[in-house]
Design a protein around this ligand. Structure first.
Ligand code: UTP
Length: 234
């Protein structure tokens, strides 16, 4: 069975109390797990950022702030597990080894952060490499990768396919700007490049898009791969 690792941003799962995309994700994942072995990595979103800001205002060190961020990602992971019910392995796994073991049960395996100093983008890329995933998906709050931040630069180009080397170039350029908000972190991009795992960046508010891509090959976001035409349908 082919393996898919999906990184779901916290801002996508639980943007606010009133509006969330959990039900849509449960229904998409119910579809996907019929044909693929599925791993989900949940981000911390605004909640993690709030805790980290409070830590900084108190002069608490960055490592401790990261630990709090990881706890929030695990809360989101447990929320997704609870929403998935029987479809999910019942506990939040906390290491890559545990994730591999949990996958033997044939359920969706869900995790959050692992270690201070990185983000769940990096976690999902390492996990994809360790389980030899056929596809890594980053479901985020923007719909694709652009040449620049489209909210600040109206001439930003939207990419439907790029190579891993292009992705690294775009991130490096974006990193130079103050207050940049990169869509994918550099560690994740480097792992995508070395592992050669196709990497799909998509609008996490529309989880049905990934179901359609896997099934019919019509993908709406940005596909990062050396041979993008060969990736979908998976
Ligand atoms: P996220 O992956 O959600 O970070 O982890 P992010 O940059 O806010 O990503 P988006 O916007 O949701 O996509 C939340 C925080 O948890 C800590 C970091 O402080 C991160 O900013 N964290 C997470 C770690 O230290 N290690 C991890 O493995 C994961």
């Amino acid at each position: 069975m082919k393996k898919v690792v999906i990184s779901v941003g916290g801002s996508v799962l639980v943007p606010t109390l009133e509006s969330h995309h959990l039900s849509a994700w449960v229904s998409a994942l119910r579809d996907i797990v019929k044909d693929y072995s599925v791993f989900c990595v949940c981000g911390g979103g605004g909640e993690a950022r709030r805790y980290i800001s409070v830590c900084r205002s108190l002069g608490i060190d960055e490592g401790t702030a990261d630990e709090l961020g990881i706890m929030v990602t695990r809360i989101n992971a447990f929320l997704l597990i609870s929403a998935l019910g029987d479809l999910a392995y019942p506990s939040v796994v906390t290491s890559y080894c545990e994730a591999k073991e949990a996958a033997l049960h044939g359920k969706i395996v869900v995790m959050g952060g692992v270690t201070p100093g990185q983000t769940t983008d990096a976690v999902s890329a390492v996990l994809a490499e360790e389980v030899r995933a056929d596809l890594l998906v980053n479901a985020t709050a923007v719909d694709a990768i652009y040449s620049a931040d489209p909210r600040k630069d109206s001439s930003a180009e939207r990419y439907s396919t790029i190579t891993p080397a292009d992705l690294i170039r775009i991130i490096m350029k974006e990193r130079m700007g103050a207050g940049s908000n990169m869509i994918v972190d550099l560690v994740a991009a480097k792992i995508v490049e070395r592992s050669r795992i196709p990497f799909a960046v998509m609008d996490g508010r529309k989880p049905e898009d990934i179901v359609l891509a896997l099934r019919n090959g019509n993908f709406n976001g940005t596909l990062v791969a050396e041979r993008p035409e060969k990736v979908f349908p998976l």
